[in-house]
Write a protein that binds this ligand. Structure first.
Ligand code: 2AL
Length: 244
């Protein structure tokens, strides 16, 4: 199967590391195409970044549909543009936050999220409510690590994430940790060994869910709100993205 993994930010080194994490999780028959939008923010760390990321995701899902992708993964913890992407796609579209929440609830009665800047906590809180995980998510914790610090091998991000996760497990009485950024994927296995609880990386969880749904012959519903966008002429900057 062809699985298009979209990094919604424009940092090529992060797209490469997300692609590597997705390939490490993928089954032998899965071809991972890791892509990023042609415009937008270098990291997604707030509502304004998120708006541009959502448009970038729409651009890349359109291209993926034309290229025959069987499924798409949105590899940013805010799941930017998820619902719009599902309007555009015929196959499954999986956001890493929604995938990680589902996986964590199958492994523990309650989970904690460890994320990047504290200002992004509210974005994850909104998703927890939107997806209906309020009774299973016991806390969302910011490390105040910038997204692109995760890309820097010289940073102390690992130690700070470990300390934050240890405190979260204690304070929240949680049984699992969800990593709140696609850039944390490569730290997952080592954190799990150190913490002794399931640590869920949304990139890997989304890849396995996408593979599973495609193998089951399931795609996005085209009835109701996930039907293709209504054809109309968009104005100005958005004109090239007018639904046909
Ligand atoms: C993210 C992420 O996963 N990628 C990005 O650019 N920002 N999420 C986050 N919570 O900082």
């Amino acid at each position: 199967m062809k699985l298009r993994v979209i990094n919604p930010n424009t940092t090529a080194s992060m797209t490469a590391s997300i692609g590597a994490a997705a390939r490490a999780a993928a089954a032998p028959g899965t071809h991972i195409e890791a892509v990023q939008p042609s415009f937008g923010a270098p990291s997604i760390e707030g509502h304004h970044d998120d708006v541009w990321a959502a448009a970038g995701v729409a651009e890349q899902v359109r291209a993926g549909e034309e290229a025959g992708a069987d499924a798409h993964v949105i590899a940013c913890f805010g799941d930017p543009g998820l619902h719009a992407a599902r309007e555009l796609a015929s196959g499954p579209v999986i956001g890493i936050a929604e995938a990680a929440f589902h996986a964590a609830t199958l492994l523990a009665t309650g989970f904690s999220v460890v994320t990047t800047l504290s200002r992004t906590i509210v974005i994850a809180e909104h998703l927890v409510v939107q997806y209906g995980f309020e009774r299973r998510c016991r806390g969302i914790h910011g490390t105040d690590i910038a997204v692109l610090e995760l890309d820097d091998p010289a940073s102390d991000a690992y130690a700070r994430i470990l300390a934050c996760a240890e405190a979260a497990l204690e304070r929240d009485r949680s049984g699992a940790i969800v990593l709140g950024c696609a850039g944390m994927a490569d730290l997952c296995r080592s954190l799990q060994r150190r913490l002794g609880v399931p640590v869920v990386d949304g990139v890997a969880a989304a890849v396995k869910l996408a593979e599973g749904l495609v193998a089951l012959g399931l795609g996005t519903s085209k009835r109701g709100d996930y039907a293709a966008p209504l054809p109309k002429a968009y104005a100005g900057l958005a004109a090239p993205w007018s639904p046909r």
